[in-house]
Unconditional design. Structure first.
Length: 297
């Protein structure tokens, strides 16, 4: 059963003093591209996410986001002396340069300075609480990837149905092409015999064997039996891929190129209205199937 490269999963969780929401989605890609959007300070979590998803996925452009909210009410705050010194020095520099240009700036209030990033450190959870939060988040990575893989599998089942239908259409068209080719061969033989007789009747000293040989070569060049046999082989290979386990997208994409090559050759050698119509219908279905195959992992 094929898996799709497209999918979506979401998961929410909470622990003491924190709430979070995971979202992961993916689209088609030649390989596996993981793009993570995690809050700062969660490097250990990022490694776990990358390793877990890489073990379960083979292809797809995967975007994973984590929204984290922590309750800071009642949390202890401490003054960051180093950052405060840097801020005050920067303010002094700005005031000096402003005075050099004849500008007089309003003095900053203590509240404005304390509001600057980094001046106050908020002990939101403490080191121990932070570790507990990270562990809680790590514990949800496996359920998240399972939900995501299941979503891609659901998409894959729908995709499998579409591909199976399209492969059946190709099978029917190849069978119709074989019947049309058989009728065309009978007509071609009659035409060649008539042409041979016409040439011999109107050419003095014509080599009957040589003319017959040339006409036979024309018939061989127009024969599409090999193309039809190869299309049958491709159909069998596609059916095997549809029932195979694991990623088959790259193999399927190559196989569709082979399908298209044989269909092009069939059209170029058709030599009849019926075969041309069948060949064009075949190319249409192959193109549609190839577009769907781009979603296969």
């Amino acid at each position: 059963m094929v898996n799709s490269m497209t999918g979506f999963a979401a998961l929410k969780g909470a622990a003491e003093g924190a709430r979070w929401a995971w979202e992961v989605r993916s689209v088609n890609a030649r390989g596996l591209d993981l793009r993570l959007r995690l809050p700062e300070g969660l490097d250990d979590l990022e490694q776990v996410v990358r390793r877990t998803f890489s073990e379960k996925l083979a292809r797809g452009n995967v975007t994973l986001g984590l929204r984290l909210q922590t309750d800071t009410s009642g949390s202890a705050t401490t003054l960051n002396d180093d950052q405060l010194a840097k801020v005050l020095a920067a303010l002094k520099t700005v005031e000096t340069r402003a005075e050099d240009h004849g500008l007089h700036l309003r003095a900053s209030t203590a509240a404005e300075i304390l509001a600057l990033r980094g001046v106050l450190d908020t002990a939101e959870t403490g080191e121990e609480g932070h570790r507990a939060l990270v562990q809680a988040l790590k514990a949800e990575v496996v359920p998240l990837v399972r939900a995501f893989v299941a979503a891609r599998a659901d998409e894959g089942r729908a995709l499998h149905g579409v591909l199976t239908t399209q492969l059946a259409e190709i099978t029917a068209l190849v069978a119709a092409a074989r019947d049309a080719a058989r009728d065309r061969l009978a007509n071609m033989r009659q035409t060649l015999q008539a042409n041979l007789a016409l040439v011999l009747d109107n050419s003095d000293g014509a080599d009957e064997g040589r003319v017959a040989q040339e006409l036979a070569m024309l018939a061989v060049k127009a024969d599409i039996a090999e193309e039809l046999d190869r299309l049958d082989a491709h159909i069998a290979a596609a059916a095997e891929l549809l029932s195979a386990k694991g990623p088959v997208g790259r193999k399927f994409d190559f196989l569709m190129q082979e399908f298209n090559r044989e269909a092009n050759t069939l059209c170029s050698k058709s030599g009849s209205t019926d075969l041309t119509r069948i060949g064009l219908d075949l190319k249409t279905v192959i193109d549609q199937m190839r577009e769907q195959v781009q979603n296969v992992e």
